[in-house]
Design a protein around this ligand. Structure first.
Ligand code: SF4
Length: 106
């Protein structure tokens, strides 16, 4: 996960355009790194943790990280690593962003 909190301002780009940007990401060379290798096969815990750590490191250097984060926040994935966040971390980030937006609107 990046050290600095991202500036999250959802653009008006259609989700499909964001998906095009995310398709240029570092993970395109090894998609299994950001997802479990096989949903029907149990992945040993230590292997999963190591895989997730490497996936998050790859996200740190990704040229489309911002677009990926925006895409993930808008599409609410239920698995995988997106912009260095798990789907649970993304859900927490979404709640935080919405809460901040509501506070600013009040
Ligand atoms: S930030 Fe991570 S998940 Fe997103 S496109 Fe880049 S490598 Fe893939």
């Amino acid at each position: 996960m990046r050290a600095t909190f991202p500036h999250v301002a959802l653009s008006t780009l259609p989700v499909v355009d964001l998906l095009d940007l995310v398709g240029s990401g570092e993970c395109r060379y090894d998609p299994e790194l950001h997802n479990a290798p096989d949903v029907f096969e149990a992945e040993p815990v230590m292997e999963r943790l190591a895989r997730v750590d490497v996936a998050k490191e790859l996200c740190e250097a990704c040229p489309v990280w911002d677009a990926c984060l925006e895409y993930a926040l808008r599409t609410e994935p239920t698995s995988g690593i997106w912009a260095g966040y798990s789907h649970r971390e993304l859900a927490e980030l979404r709640r935080s962003v919405r809460s901040t937006a509501l506070d600013q609107a009040a």
